[in-house]
Design a protein. Structure first.
Length: 141
């Protein structure tokens, strides 16, 4: 099973960006942990700060991957275009957030993506990604 993790804007700064909210690990460090933990799966990772690049990757994912774990970061709350892409593709998308977006500013409570996602996981720190990947494994049995 092939799973693609897509991280949106500013998530390349994990480790140094607001560590009290997002923790002190880089995503690259965490990705190594995920690859080991889910070594029976084929995990890939893509990060981009540009909305259109994320959309292009979602379109491509449809052809190659069995599932997508998407943290669109701030675009979650603003991007009709990313939401439309999630709706348009056949591959299931699990939306994740590191922080509990409902415990933060009101503008973070709205997600354009959630209505089109297979499910949403947020608030567990980087463990949100583990939980999202696990959803796809359970689908297999
Ligand atoms: C985030 C939450 C968003 O509101 C924020 O803009 C991010 C990260 C999270 O993972 O908690 O960049 O998606």
């Amino acid at each position: 099973m092939k799973i693609l993790i897509i991280n949106g804007p500013n998530l390349n700064l994990l480790g140094t960006r607001e560590p009290e909210i997002y923790g002190g690990k880089t995503f690259e460090e965490y990705f190594s942990h995920l690859q080991f933990k889910f070594r029976k799966l084929e995990l890939s990772y893509f990060q981009n700060n540009i909305e259109g690049e994320i959309i292009n990757e979602l379109h491509k994912a449809s052809e190659t991957f069995d599932g997508v774990v998407l943290n669109a970061a701030a675009y979650t709350h603003t991007s009709v275009a990313i939401a439309d892409a999630v709706k348009a593709i056949a591959v299931p998308v699990v939306e994740v957030h590191i922080s509990n977006i409902h415990a933060r500013e009101e503008f973070r409570h709205k997600s354009f993506i959630s209505p089109h996602a297979k499910g949403v996981i947020f608030g567990f720190g980087l463990k949100s990604y583990d939980l999202a990947i696990s959803c796809f494994i359970e689908d297999e049995s």
